[in-house]
Design a protein around this ligand. Structure first.
Ligand SMILES: Nc1nc2c(ncn2[C@@H]2O[C@H](COP(=O)(O)OP(=O)(O)OP(=O)(O)O)[C@@H](O)[C@H]2O)c(=O)[nH]1
Ligand SMILES: [Mg+2]
Length: 223
């Protein structure tokens, strides 16, 4: 197949999400592929699959997301799920210390699977739940050090608000394919943050000649 023929056909990539139970893998996959989020926790048993088409530069890419249940670590199926991945996302919850500590075990498992393989996957460190910044227990520096020590690409996201979710997958996909994402493309995938004014009773007349009223205090809830 010539280069131009190859570029015109859809590229399929296998991206595997791993990390402790409740770190937000299913939430991330659901946000990315279906633009939805559920507050209710439902444990993934085994693996679930999601598909999403992305445009990277001028190429169509179909991303196959393998959402692995956190309970599979130590089981006999994990190596089979990880095998053949183009990309692996190591996901932890910034409010849960153990979810970060256990990344060593997840990474060891990945290394074991690819020990004698010629082709190794692209691996990324993904900090989830950044909307819960006030409950953060994993310092930014700790994240950066782990990423540097293990040569991982680094991402901070919230599956709940959607912050940086699409751009995280865009960047990882582009890195796997060796394509550079332009700044304009990056900006295009930043979500619009929706804020709802919860308290709007407290209004004052404008002090100047304008007859409009202004909101003096308003509490915003970012969705
Ligand atoms: N605040 C907040 N909650 C989140 C976020 N992502 C996930 N959650 C919540 O965290 C809980 C666990 O999320 P899941 O996506 O089911 O976690 P998981 O990693 O798939 O868990 P397993 O299937 O057991 O491996 C759910 O109650 C989600 O609503 C986030 O970005 N912010
Ligand atoms: Mg899950």
């Amino acid at each position: 197949m010539s280069d131009s023929e190859e570029e015109s056909t859809d590229k399929q990539l296998k991206i595997v999400l791993i990390g402790d139970g409740s770190s937000g893998k299913t939430s991330l996959a659901t946000r990315f592929a279906q633009e939805q989020f559920g507050k209710q926790y439902r444990q993934t048993v085994g693996v679930d699959f999601f598909l999403k088409r992305l445009m990277i530069g001028s190429r169509n890419v179909t991303v196959q997301v393998w959402d692995i249940g956190g309970q599979t670590l130590g089981g006999n199926m994990l190596d089979k799920y990880i095998y053949g991945a183009n990309g692996i996302l190591l996901i932890y919850d910034i409010t849960n210390y153990n979810s970060f500590e256990n990344l060593e075990d997840w990474l060891d498992m990945v290394r074991k699977v690819y020990k004698n393989q010629e082709k190794t996957p692209f691996i990324a460190l993904v900090a989830n739940k950044v909307d819960l910044e006030h409950q953060r227990v994993i310092k930014y520096e700790k994240h950066v050090k782990f990423a540097q020590d293990n040569a991982l690409s680094s991402h901070f996201i919230s599956a709940k608000t959607g912050e940086s979710v699409t751009i995280c997958f865009q960047k990882i996909t582009a890195d796997i394919l060796g394509i550079k994402v332009s700044k304009a493309e990056e900006d295009q995938h930043q979500p619009v943050v929706k804020a709802e004014i919860l308290n709007h009773k407290d209004t004052l007349p404008m002090p100047s000649s304008s007859s409009k009223s202004i909101v003096r205090t308003a509490i915003c809830s970012v969705q």
